[in-house]
Write a protein that binds this ligand. Structure first.
Ligand SMILES: [Mg+2]
Length: 350
């Protein structure tokens, strides 16, 4: 089938974080690809209005008239879009835009072949996927039956040793000894603090520390890894390309990689990053992997059996851009079997 048009749009998001958060300005975009066989594909990218500009005013011209018939033709499109965006891209907003396009192409291919994307990727390796809850609401986690949870923690000063211990201890008490408990410090923990945290939190057996330092601190992260064992150093949501992950792997900076399927080049980019991870023997747990795009990847590959979810999103008032998104039941989640990614765009938000 041939692409007849590509258009991106920035939804009229109402539930965004305060203006000092980057997400308030560059949150997720929707991409629509139309084809000459009457099939329309939908993708989800990041980068806000600047990414919409990238798609509509630049990438679009390289897609119209292009044949999309399999993973190889999507991969060739990806390579061309990546190459033309190199002067302003190689990550960030440009790659978030490309991700939305890639996912729309995979969705279109799945719909054309009446096949879920996970089956296009490969044989199903998992049934339902163990979900973890991001956010500290223990009552909500219990209600959905989670056996894994990630708390966020900001380092501002010495008192925050205590706040971390209190938070992790409470989660361990609520979820029990078998639960996985993770901490996301969003690049706020100095390396020395992370090493001390590993000692203080050891009685509560945290599973991973996420985003301890920035992606520019690969050497520091590599040196920190042995100091926090058996806690894993996780990261990668701010790495957007196979080239970036190749460097993470070469430097041995992380124990566990977390590419975001909607930012790091879509399914095509994620599959290439998975190849690199395999070569380095590093497990992968996609960032926001409980959304349809991540779930299709997880069940069809050797990603770890673990999907990140945000149960707060399912509370009223809900703001669903995608209709038919899977939700956690008894602590697990799985993608639908409908063609493509199995979700419909809520046009009322555009
Ligand atoms: Mg994170």
């Amino acid at each position: 089938m041939k692409v007849t048009d590509v258009r991106a749009a920035y939804p009229r998001w109402r539930q965004l974080p305060p203006a000092d958060a980057w997400q308030a300005h560059f949150w997720q975009i929707a991409v629509r690809v139309t084809t000459d066989v009457g099939v329309t594909g939908y993708g989800y990218g990041g980068g806000g209005q600047p990414a919409v500009h990238v798609v509509n005013d630049h990438l679009r011209r390289f897609l119209i008239g292009r044949s999309i018939d399999d993973d190889a033709t999507i991969g060739a499109a990806w390579d061309d879009l990546y190459r033309v965006s190199i002067p302003y891209g190689r990550g960030g907003v440009a790659q978030m835009a490309l991700s939305g396009v890639d996912l729309a192409l995979w969705d279109a291919l799945g719909r054309a072949e009446r096949c879920p994307v996970h089956r296009l990727i490969g044989p199903r390796s998992k049934g339902r996927v163990r979900a973890y809850a991001t956010g500290g609401d223990l009552e909500l986690a219990a209600r959905y039956g989670y056996s894994a949870m990630k708390l966020s923690h900001d380092w501002r000063g010495q008192d925050d040793f205590d706040s971390a211990v209190e938070g992790v201890a409470a989660a361990r008490a609520a979820l029990g000894p078998a639960a996985q408990i993770m901490i996301d410090c969003y690049m706020s923990w100095p390396v020395g603090v992370a090493a001390r945290m590993a000692e203080l939190l050891a009685p509560y057996a945290p599973h991973w520390f996420e985003d301890v330092a920035t992606p520019d601190h690969l050497g520091e992260l590599a040196a920190l890894r042995p100091r926090v064992k058996p806690v894993l150093l996780a990261g990668g949501e701010h790495d957007y390309t196979p080239a970036a992950f190749a460097e993470v792997g070469r430097r041995g900076a992380l124990d566990l990689w977390q590419p975001d399927v909607t930012w790091a080049g879509g399914i095509t980019g994620a599959l290439r990053i998975l190849d690199l991870a395999r070569r380095h023997g590093v497990p992968v747990v996609p960032h926001r992997g409980g959304e349809p795009w991540g779930l299709h990847l997880i069940v069809a590959t050797d990603c770890i059996d673990l999907a990140e979810t945000m149960p707060a999103r399912w509370q009223e008032p809900r703001e669903d851009l995608w209709i038919g998104e899977p939700q956690v039941l008894d602590g697990s989640i799985e993608p639908g079997d409908e063609p493509g990614f199995g979700v419909r765009l809520n046009e009322a938000l555009l």
